[in-house]
Design a protein around this ligand. Sequence first.
Ligand code: SF4
Ligand code: SF4
Length: 371
Amino acid sequence: MKALKEEGTPVVGIFCTYTPMEIIHAAGAAAVGLCGTSDVPIPFAEQHLPKNLCPLIKSSYGFAVSETCPYFYFSDLIVGETTCDGKKKMYELMGEMKDTHVLHLPQGQDKDHAFRYWREELVLLKQKLEEKFNIEITDEMLREEIKKSNEERRILMEFYELGKLDPSPITGVEINGTLEALGFQFDRPAQNALIAERTKELREKYEKELKGTKTNRPRILVTGCPVGGVREKVLKTIEDAGADIVAYENCGGVREKQTLVDETKDPIDALTEKYLNVSCSVMTPNPRRFEALDNMIDEYKIDGVIEVVLQACHTFAVEAHNVKKYVTEKKNKPYVYIETDYSKLDLGQIRTRIEAFLEMVKEDNTVEAAV
Ligand code: SF4
Ligand code: SF4
């Protein structure tokens, strides 16, 4: 990133899947994800923010306020969004440290004015980037970026879809870790080549070593909040306890990747449509998440669903009631809800709950096989 800055490339720090990356890239800027995944800076954040706030917000703010994140340091502009209350109020404080532009997100997707409102927000972002970086962003530039991002989405979907293979040739911890690392690689063609190469290697591994073999490891879908900050505590524990995470229905998983941006429409219209349809629990109602869960449970041949909710994330916590009902009653699959933060204090308790859940999933599988 330092090298990029020295070459004169502007840097935009972002936090959310609703951020239309194509507009940032069309401005000639590099985008870097600033969502905190460590508990180390949280005490710094708690000097300004309440303790009972989502760890992702506290960690992100803590990195900024303690000046320990080089990516925040190098960012010329922060683009936030009014997704949840904690984040949108945190951006006000962050705005005292850096130039911060906040996208105002509609509360739902289906009313006609939601499209017009969100489109206007995208136009305002485009204007902000033009002024900030002294550049004119043309439709042609946007079209070019839409094509490039669609190509990236196709490559990433092929990587994710390795999880559809049975047995899966990749661990869920690797899927999550690889994708997070990509957020800090700024050579996009090199990044695409790396992912395509790893996908090819793993497909070959499946063909040569795994195809036709059987495993008793349950196939797990992880849903809920972003899980980069609990990779060791929750994801690794699930896999160490004898299951394979084969799919993620969350940010950092397929949530944004599976739908491409329409390349035939007016580019701002197409981006508006695409990003408005992200199926996060901040939308009310949020039917697209249930459609995604429905399809993924079938396509990835899921045996059980683990919902991971970060402490004080109200939208995912409340929506969990209906997710549980949907998974257990409509899809007839076992479900468990895990609420946690970035500390290690509840590691033992989480391990016990996950082990008990996986025992139940295995018993379920045995009964199904016998029937
Ligand atoms: S979970 Fe929702 S609010 Fe958080 S990054 Fe994803 S889309 Fe944004
Ligand atoms: S996990 Fe929930 S509370 Fe935390 S930033 Fe995302 S939407 Fe907000």
